[in-house]
Design a protein around this ligand. Structure first.
Ligand SMILES: C[S@@+](CC[C@H](N)C(=O)[O-])C[C@H]1O[C@@H](n2cnc3c(N)ncnc32)[C@H](O)[C@@H]1O
Length: 258
């Protein structure tokens, strides 16, 4: 069972973040980009909570994801809401946007699905081909500081009129040597429509690549088309850039396309 194939519940679980992430993208565009910002690209967009929110704000948005189910769901959602956006099944290692975009975003550790340096570099290079000179690539991801506990767990609840989702993330295995962790998502869903059946449980495990502050800096330095210009945390406060050091757990990198 793949939790990413239930985008309606995934999007609900992360719905509280969406407005803040959109606002941050807009503030970054204002702070760092000269000229018009119209075209936005999201890599690994899942069910498209950000694609929908950005399209509703008038941007020309493209979102792509490996999951056909997620992209079908996004297309349907766009149609239902009378919005226009491009929703494409594609791989982060090879997708190149045509025409060039002004700004691109990659949220909630999606980048860590690229499991080795070769894959991560391939992605950064196709993103460099997709973003215009002077544009930005914003990447949000969890870092593992060298002295942090390898085991980690967090959980939260989210609900709307149709469902309540309880999401629990647990690191079930991790190794600093091979730079991989196995992250388990446990999603408990109570649908208003299916209350008689009781809660449903979905669970899946994903391998994710681990990065310390130094390791991500080293990776970015290998792609000369991008310059890391500023770092934030998950508070998304544009007036409070953060130092990139081992105190930072959740990082948002702002890469400038040279
Ligand atoms: C953590 S979810 C994030 C979804 C969305 N960006 C959000 O913020 O809600 C990661 C997404 O990345 C997608 N994904 C994983 N590997 C991918 C790849 N190589 N190419 C494209 N999408 C990928 C998954 O299918 C999943 O939808």
């Amino acid at each position: 069972m793949n939790c990413y194939d239930y985008p309606q519940y995934w999007d609900l679980a992360f719905a509280d973040e969406t407005a803040q992430e959109c606002e941050f993208l807009i503030q970054c565009a204002q702070k760092y980009i000269t000229g018009d910002v119209n075209r936005v690209l999201e890599a690994g967009c899942g069910g498209g909570r950000l694609v929908v929110a950005l399209a509703a704000r008038g941007y020309d948005v493209t979102g792509y994801d490996l999951s056909e189910t997620a992209i079908d769901y996004l297309r349907q959602r766009l149609e239902n809401e009378g919005l226009q956006a491009n929703a494409i099944v594609a791989d982060m290692q090879s997708f190149v946007a045509v025409p060039l975009v002004d700004i691109a975003i990659n949220t909630v550790s999606t980048f860590r699905h690229l499991l080795n340096e070769q894959a991560a570099l391939a992605h950064l290079r196709v993103m460099a081909e997709s973003i215009r000179s002077g544009g930005l690539y914003i990447i949000g991801m969890h870092l593992l500081p060298p002295d942090a506990d390898l085991e980690d767990e967090e959980s939260w609840e989210a609900k709307d009129d149709s469902a309540k989702v309880t999401m629990r993330l647990t690191v079930v295995e991790a190794s600093r040597e091979n730079r991989l962790e196995k992250l388990r998502f446990d999603m408990t869903v109570e649908d208003v429509a299916s209350q008689e059946r009781g809660p449903r449980e979905f669970s899946s495990e994903y391998p994710m690549r681990l990065y310390s502050a130094t390791q991500i800096q080293e990776l970015f330095s290998l792609v000369s088309e991008f310059e890391l210009i500023e770092v934030y945390d998950y508070w998304y406060d544009i007036s409070e850039p953060q130092p990139l050091d081992d105190r930072l757990g959740d990082a948002v990198f702002v890469l400038h396309r040279r």
